[in-house]
Design a protein. Structure first.
Length: 80
């Protein structure tokens, strides 16, 4: 923050957007589940895309968000 102040920024507003990040990851997981169903029905071919790995990464991301290891914070400031 001090570097931003040195650069002339003021009136800081900091917002936790963790809920938005959580919703985004949940949306990705839903899309992966839909893709998995479409593949099993023969309606989708993802060629070399590793769906299992994508599902593992999405699950791990969800775990990291829930434990607070990763988050999303929005910083707003005004430049003088």
């Amino acid at each position: 923050m001090s570097e931003l102040k040195k650069a002339g920024f003021t009136d800081f507003i900091i917002e936790d957007q963790g809920d938005s990040l959580l919703e985004m990851v949940k949306g990705v997981r839903q899309k992966l589940m839909i893709a998995e169903m479409a593949i099993s029905l023969g309606k989708l071919d993802l060629a070399n895309f590793d769906l299992a790995e994508a599902k593992l990464l999405a699950q791990r991301t969800l775990e990291l968000i829930k434990t607070g290891t990763i988050s999303y914070t929005l910083f707003k400031a005004r430049k003088e």
